[in-house]
Design a protein around this ligand. Structure first.
Ligand code: DAH
Length: 336
């Protein structure tokens, strides 16, 4: 092997080693890694000279370069470790440090108030034989509107300010499309008893009572011979459980395109002659919607409802501004 190249390798190895030993910070060591020991550095650059060597010397020289590189890398790693150890020793050599002292506890999280109330309501419905189902937040125009008896150009479209997406898709403006998905999932069979909680989206300018993102719970109960009496009975029972104690409910006629008749349901505590509180929208599922779900309206009937989960949560906890709900602000969240 020509002694000049071997001599250059040895000299370079010694120089880099000296730099490693002289490094005073971990950052200095990293710089050495990124320059001296880098692929483009001088050390590995020596490899390029290999082609000028006699063939019988090439393998041995390549090996020497690699060995030099490996040992220098080990030296860097060792030096880095020494800095880490030194830092720990420095931090712990404080006279007050007591390694037997228990550690401080991390702040514990908990469920969001909306999640707490949602889970409670899910439990109540499950105890009545309902299942909890899910639907996509990004819906098709067809499921969000058309199949729910809200055709394009019908004024009912304007009841919900919609966030339109590309390709005929929308951020769902309500959980009602899950009704159709549940009916189709059931393949034309009844009974269907489901609730579908989830996020919904409207093109709203947020204020104390409006948000662009909020939560609803949709409900659907279908069978042969389901009547308005069932609707009223089930919802009264559920609201009694949610609010703890007996409540009375009343239905006021209201227009929703996907039910006929449609109602707004108000409640108040039994025996109180206080104010009626408007609590949810509901009605008997419209024949067109039953057909769209693959059911025969001459055989099957049922009720549907949609309630605002944020409002219920706000009532439960005495929260005044809906914008807090999605704020993620710990000053708000830690109160529940
Ligand atoms: N989807 C309605 C809304 O967001 C709420 C609603 C009303 C749902 C009546 C229903 C219903 O299922 O029967 O305004």
């Amino acid at each position: 092997m020509p002694s000049s190249m071997k001599a250059r390798l040895d000299a370079l190895t010694a120089e880099v080693l000296a730099r490693i030993q002289a490094a005073e910070t971990a950052a200095a060591l990293e710089l050495i890694e990124q320059t001296d020991l880098a692929r483009k550095g001088e050390l590995l650059g020596l490899m390029r000279g290999i082609k000028d060597l006699p063939p019988e010397d090439r393998a041995a020289f390549g090996q020497s370069v690699n060995q030099a590189k490996t040992s220098l890398e080990a030296a860097v790693a060792e030096a880095k470790q020494a800095f880490t150890t030194a830092a720990v020793v420095a931090a712990t050599s404080d006279a007050c440090f007591d390694p037997t002292e228990p550690g401080g506890s991390l702040p514990g999280g908990h469920l969001h108030p909306v999640t707490q109330v949602r889970r409670e309501i899910e439990q109540i419905f499950m105890s009545l034989g309902f299942s909890v189902v899910d639907g996509p937040e990004m819906e098709t125009e067809e499921f969000n509107f058309d199949l729910l008896n809200i055709p394009a150009h019908h004024p009912a479209r304007d009841l919900q300010d919609t966030m339109w997406l590309e390709g005929g898709r929308v951020m769902r403006t309500h959980t009602s499309p899950v009704q159709l998905r549940a009916m189709r999932e059931a393949g034309g069979k009844v009974p269907v008893r489901v609730i579908a909680p989830g996020r919904v989206f409207r093109n709203e300018q947020p204020d104390a009572t409006h948000e662009h993102t909020f939560h609803q719970i949709e409900g659907l109960m279908l069978d042969e011979g389901v009547s308005v009496a069932d609707l009223k009975g089930v919802l009264r029972l559920v609201l009694s459980r949610i609010f703890g104690g007996s409540v009375e409910v009343r239905l006021r006629p209201h227009y929703f395109p996907f039910v006929e008749p449609g109602f707004e349901l108000d409640m108040r505590r039994t025996g109180s002659d206080g104010e009626w509180l408007e609590i949810l929208g509901c009605g008997m599922v419209h024949p067109e919607v039953l057909r769209a779900g693959g059911l025969d309206p001459d055989v099957v009937s049922g009720f549907a409802f949609g309630m605002g989960l944020d409002r219920l949560t706000m009532m439960r906890f005495g929260i005044e501004d809906v914008r807090w709900m999605m704020s993620g602000d710990p000053r708000f969240l830690t109160q529940f």
